[in-house]
Design a protein around this ligand. Structure first.
Ligand code: ADP
Ligand code: MG
Length: 255
């Protein structure tokens, strides 16, 4: 059975998209069949996977609205080694268009039913808010991966996110659980990092992933080439970290 993992944190700039793209590429390099779903109107996961968000005839919005099948929108045989269900600015309409629709929270879940058996892992890159798109991701997923930066405000807003996860688990999706907390742009030398580390360990215990992703310039440069860092700079520290993360998740979630 395929695992569907939503990368979520309503805070922007914590490394959701970067982690979604690079984890997808690393899992693919380790032989897994991966689908990346871009559910953020910014379309950065699509762009970072080499897909021009401005050139899409159909996107994940059409899938959410029931106007297209996922299998007709998914981009396959890409140089990055994984498939992409792309999104772009059109997704900003989803919030309004889905408002009145029946079963609006489970549109993505229903759409993925058709294709998920083709994949070992489906990763969903979420927008930086707890809106209807994120709710759709959490309804479709069985795991939640929460990227965060070890800064003073790292834990702020997390309780709102965990409450949302809990509500969706209780009301619509009993299979949902937190797969892991991922520390990104990590610098272990600072005392602030050590302090936040301790808070995270106390709060999340075993859910705190062992692998941390260091701040690495190659990771930041890769998207401008439409490539994951694993392809752009294979031997960089960032690339190696995402490979280690992929292995940790393969073990942990039996992917
Ligand atoms: P989010 O999707 O949570 O908004 P992004 O993945 O877009 O966050 O990352 C925010 C910014 O930080 C981007 O400019 C990205 O290139 C940069 N970034 C993310 N991870 C790293 C890293 N490990 N090293 C250096 N820069 C990073
Ligand atoms: Mg993002």
């Amino acid at each position: 059975m395929s695992q569907i993992i939503a990368l979520t944190n309503q805070k922007g700039g914590v490394g959701k998209t970067t982690s979604a793209v690079n984890l997808a590429a690393s899992l693919a390099q380790l032989g897994r069949c991966v689908l990346l779903v871009d559910l953020d109107p910014q379309g950065h996961a699509s762009m970072g996977s080499g897909i021009d968000k401005h050139e899409l005839d159909v996107s994940v919005l059409d899938v959410l609205l029931g106007d297209a099948k996922a299998s007709d929108v998914i981009a396959q045989n890409l140089p990055v080694g994984f498939d992409v269900l792309p999104g772009n600015g059109d997704l900003t309409a989803a919030e309004v268009e889905l408002l009145d629709s029946e079963a609006r929270k489970s549109r993505l879940s229903s759409a993925l039913n058709e294709v998920s058996a083709n994949y070992d892992v489906v990763l969903i890159d979420c927008p930086p808010s707890l809106n209807m798109l994120t709710v759709n991701a959490l309804t479709a997923a069985n795991g939640v991966l929460i990227p965060l930066q070890c800064e003073f405000y790292a834990l702020e807003g997390l309780s709102a996110l965990l409450d949302t996860v809990e509500q969706i688990k209780e009301n619509i999706n009993p299979a949902l659980s937190v797969s892991g907390i991922l520390r990104t742009m990590y610098d272990k030398r600072t005392s602030l990092t050590r302090e936040v580390d301790k808070q995270l360990r106390d709060f999340f215990g075993d859910a705190l992933l062992k692998t941390t992703i260091p701040r690495n310039i190659k990771v930041a440069e890769a998207p401008s080439h439409g490539l994951p860092v694993t392809h752009y700079a294979r031997f960089s520290r960032g690339s190696q970290a995402y490979r280690v993360l992929a292995k940790e998740l393969i073990r942990r979630l039996t992917l």
